[in-house]
Design a binder for this molecule. Structure first.
Ligand code: ZN
Length: 488
């Protein structure tokens, strides 16, 4: 079989300079698509990988099964912007395949990534087992091997390599590399990373935006602005749209809860365990404190979301002023009446037997795995129930199919009619929208040598790149998967 990466090796080599062939940036994911962020910097005979994400689009998962484009043992260090799977989820495979260097990230990212990777490995083990049995029963083969991409043991092997670094502290790496982490306001511990690279007698700076958060969002501080950089990699997940104002989303959320409670149905919320679940708790707490919704039982049915909520409580220093005030007043969104943090399978199953309306928050956020699939099976075909999407749904995921109005969907190997009410709340996004991304770029007072537009859907990338070019001028590129750029 032809290795998958060779099929994609249509490397567009963009020579920004022929002068120094040593310093090179290669886009190993999150380029031309949204997930699988991995950017490799090669300079002074060293290799540093920024982010090590897993691909989540169904069509692109083959990239994670293919041999890594460079031997993992030749990578000297990994810098991690944050603990979402599309930024860190490939680490266990990288380590299993030979990477042994340090993984630098903030202390909160270290704690969250450990939880996220273990959960990912567990889900993959379970899914592989489930698929194997299903394929045996149906007498067919799936597109990928019926083995997990990595195991729990592989995820555990990543843990000792984490090297936590607080915000704003300069890390000196070998070969004249430096790295500094700055608050990205996206999820707890998330960072934008400024990488310094020695180039001849000079120095070049590259800013990796990671995922950029919004301004005036609950719990976290606002994203950091920068004044100058030689190269910028900017994400563009929401580069072609404006988010719904958060107040409008909260009003719709309250209305959906009240209407569904009146109809006697459940409210099922597929949610990312990191940030979105805590933000939902923040607003449920607020709506309860303001008497805008009835006192219903709220279940966070996700061991990972429960674990991450604990990490939030370890890091009050990362909270914004409003959140600190709530904690001081003993009105924490993580401890309100009716809140149930569910970890065991028995507790999870017991939710199905409760009479009356309950609110269920479960993962995964894209409905690609986890307990949400079971809750969807129970609830999706009942008219009085409501499925509330609170996050971005990538193309090719079950969540996107439901959101796009599919009349029937395949969940856990069975077709299910979609009869429940489906709504989307756009204001809870942890991503900056189009105008906020441009606002972030407007912080740069000097035109950089090049802006690379990454981490966006295929149709969003050129559109957002056009906006950046029109607004700020200079060189703006949309790199493709495996494209290489020589930095000068
Ligand atoms: Zn993210």
């Amino acid at each position: 079989m032809v290795p998958f990466h060779f099929l994609y090796r249509t490397s567009l080599i963009l020579l920004l300079s022929l002068g120094n062939m040593q310093t090179k940036l290669t886009f190993l994911g999150g380029a031309g698509n949204v997930t699988g962020s991995r950017y490799l910097i090669e300079a002074n005979n060293l290799r540093v990988l920024v982010d090590c994400g897993m691909h989540q689009e169904r069509d692109l998962r083959g990239r994670d099964w293919a041999p890594f484009p460079v031997p993992p043992e030749t990578i000297n260090a990994v810098l991690l912007t944050h603990a979402h799977l599309d930024h860190c989820g490939f680490l266990p495979k990288l380590v299993r395949d030979g990477f042994r260097g340090p993984i630098y990230c903030t202390p909160a990212t270290t704690e969250i990534a450990r939880i996220v990777l273990l959960d990912s490995a567990k889900l993959q083990e379970e899914d592989a087992e489930f698929k194997k049995k299903r394929h045996e029963r149906e007498g067919r083969e799936g597109p990928y091997p019926e083995i997990p991409l990595y195991t729990i043991a592989d995820a555990e092997a990543v843990s000792p390599l984490f090297s936590p670094v607080p915000y704003e502290q300069v890390v000196k790496l070998d070969g004249g590399f430096t790295a500094t982490f700055h608050d990205a306001g996206h999820v707890l511990g998330s960072a934008m990373i400024r990488v310094g690279v020695r180039l001849g007698r000079g120095q070049r700076s590259i800013i990796f935006s990671g995922d950029i958060g919004g301004w005036d969002k609950p719990i976290l501080n606002d994203p950091t602005f920068f004044k100058a950089a030689d190269y910028i990699l900017v994400e563009s997940t929401y580069g072609d749209r404006l988010s719904e104002p958060i107040e409008a989303s909260v009003d719709k959320f309250a209305e959906a809860i009240n209407e569904t409670a009146k109809a006697g149905g459940n409210i099922v919320i597929p949610s990312f365990a990191l940030e979105r679940s805590q933000v939902l708790l923040y607003y449920l707490n607020k709506l309860l404190l303001e008497n805008q919704i009835p006192h219903l039982a709220v279940f966070v049915d996700s061991p990972m979301a429960v674990g991450i909520t604990e990490v939030f409580q370890h890091h009050p220093e990362l909270f914004d002023e409003e959140m600190r005030k709530l904690i001081r007043q003993k009105k924490s969104p993580f401890h309100f009446a009716g809140l149930n943090l569910v970890t065991t399978v028995d507790e999870s199953k017991a939710i199905n037997h409760i009479q009356g309306t309950v609110i269920i928050i479960a993962g995964s956020g894209l409905c690609t795995g986890g307990r949400i699939k079971h809750h969807l099976v129970t609830n999706i075909s009942r008219r009085e129930r409501t499925i509330v999407f609170v996050g971005y749904q990538a193309i090719g995921t079950l969540g996107r199919l439901i959101l796009d109005g599919a009349k029937s969907v395949r969940i856990l190997g069975q077709q299910h009619k979609v009869r429940a009410k489906v709504i989307q709340l756009g204001g809870f996004s942890a991503h900056a929208d189009r105008d906020e991304l441009l606002q972030w770029l407007s912080g740069f007072k000097k035109t950089p040598r090049c802006v690379f537009v990454t981490h966006g859907e295929p149709e969003t990338l050129p559109y957002f790149a056009g906006l950046v070019r029109d607004r700020f001028g200079g060189k703006v590129l949309v790199p493709g998967y495996l494209s290489e750029v020589v930095l000068d």
